[in-house]
Design a protein around this ligand. Structure first.
Ligand SMILES: *[C@@H]1O[C@H](CO)[C@@H](O)[C@H](O)[C@H]1NC(C)=O
Ligand SMILES: *[C@@H]1O[C@H](CO)[C@@H](O)[C@H](O)[C@H]1NC(C)=O
Ligand SMILES: *[C@@H]1O[C@H](CO)[C@@H](O)[C@H](O)[C@H]1NC(C)=O
Length: 150
C-alpha cells in the first residue's frame, strides 16, 4: 500500500502529504530509481534558500551548508539506500518544520541532481487528536453494547 502511494506520487511527479504531531518523528518518503548507484542525496525545504535539510555524499553526511535548525535531527531512513530508499527521518518535529520538502538525487555518471518528489509536511497538534477521537468513539460504542446486554 505504502509503496503504491510512493509510486503514484512519482508518476505524478508531485506530492505526498505527511501529518504528524509536534515532538514526533516524521518520515518523508522518497524512492530513487534503483537502476543506477546514487552518489548524492539532497533534501531541501523550499523556504530555506540555499541551506539544505540534509546532504549525503560519499557515504557520509555533509554538514557544511546544513540549515542549523536541522543539525542532529535528520538522517536517512536507510544509509545503504536499499532499493533506492532515500527517505528522510526528521526527529522531534516542531510546528516550524511545516512546509514543502524536495528530494533530489544525483546518480553515478550524471552531473544533474534531479527532483524525485516533493513532500508536504504538516506538523499540527490536532494530528493525533483525530486518531484519539476515533478510538474514543469505538470505546463508547463498546460501552453502550455492554449496557444494552444487561
Ligand atoms: C524536542 O524538542 C524540544 C524543543 O523543541 C526539546 O525541548 C525536547 O527536549 C526535544 N526532545 C528530544 C527527545 O530531543
Ligand atoms: C519557530 O521559529 C521562530 C522564528 O524563527 C522561533 O522564534 C521559535 O522559537 C520557533 N519555535 C519552535 C517551536 O522551534
Ligand atoms: C494539517 O493537519 C491538520 C490535522 O489533520 C488539519 O486540520 C490542517 O488543516 C492541516 N493543515 C494543512 C495546511 O494542510
Amino acid at each position: 500500500m505504502f509503496s503504491l502511494l510512493i509510486l503514484h506520487c512519482m508518476t505524478l511527479f508531485l506530492c505526498l502529504n505527511v501529518t504528524v504531531e509536534p515532538g514526533q518523528d516524521a518520515i518523508l518518503p522518497c524512492e530513487a530509481p534503483d537502476s543506477k548507484a546514487v552518489i548524492v542525496v539532497e533534501w531541501r525545504k523550499t523556504d530555506l534558500g540555499q541551506e539544505y535539510v540534509l546532504q549525503y555524499r560519499d557515504e557520509q553526511m555533509d554538514p557544511f551548508f546544513q540549515h542549523p535548525s536541522f543539525r542532529n535531527r535528520v538522517d536517512l531512513q536507510d544509509r545503504q539506500m536499499k532499493a533506492g530508499d532515500v527517505s528522510l527521518v526528521l526527529k522531534n518535529v516542531t510546528t516550524n518544520d511545516t512546509g514543502t520538502y524536495q528530494c533530489r538525487v544525483q546518480n553515478e555518471g550524471s552531473l544533474d541532481r534531479n527532483i524525485i518528489n516533493t513532500v508536504i509536511l504538516n506538523v499540527s497538534a490536532s494530528a493525533g487528536c483525530l486518531q484519539r477521537k476515533t478510538l474514543t468513539s469505538h470505546f463508547l460504542l463498546l460501552q453502550l453494547e455492554h449496557i444494552k446486554n444487561f
